[in-house]
Write a protein of this length. Structure first.
Length: 159
């Protein structure tokens, strides 16, 4: 199952539209979308505007792939659960966000962590052709390292 999540603050109709067409052409692949306040209701996959935390956790657990905006909560959750993630950042020039921080975040995640990113619809469809080969990101621990915590304490104490 592919789980799509766009967060809760803003619509992301461009992503929903592309994935609705893809899901219609790939009906054997189960898709569920948490679509936020979208004006577009998908015809080819099940969706809900919002999910409870327990429903989100269930969708994450059952997903073979997560497709998401470049929201760090979603990215970190996917990495924590060792789930493959395909990131499709929102673009400010298309009115999908107030600024392009998601584009910058996605570039960083791709270059530094090796996560799979699609910056436009064509790249998204291309990555979906081989979605089963998308791997999870690097392992992240439950807690920060002792060294990091010590350095952070030292920085805070210096103020």
């Amino acid at each position: 199952m592919i789980f799509i999540t766009v967060g809760t603050q803003l619509p992301f109709d461009r992503l929903i539209k592309v994935l609705d067409v893809w899901a219609g052409e790939n009906a054997s692949t189960g898709v569920f979308g948490q679509i936020g306040p979208s004006k577009l209701i998908p015809k080819n996959f099940e969706s809900a505007a919002f999910l409870s935390p327990s429903e989100i956790a269930e969708k994450f657990s059952n997903a073979d792939l997560i497709i998401a905006h470049a929201g760090m909560g979603t990215v970190l959750s996917a990495m924590k659960l060792r789930k493959p993630i395909l990131i499709f950042p929102r673009r400010a020039d298309l009115g999908e966000h107030r600024n392009d921080h998601q584009m910058a975040t996605a570039r960083w995640l791709e270059s530094r962590l090796g996560l799979t990113v699609a910056f436009d619809e064509e790249a998204l469809l291309d990555r979906l052709q081989s979605w089963k080969s998308i791997g999870p990101g690097p392992v992240i621990p439950d807690y920060a390292s002792a060294d990091f915590v010590d350095r952070l304490r030292g920085a805070i104490a210096s103020f």
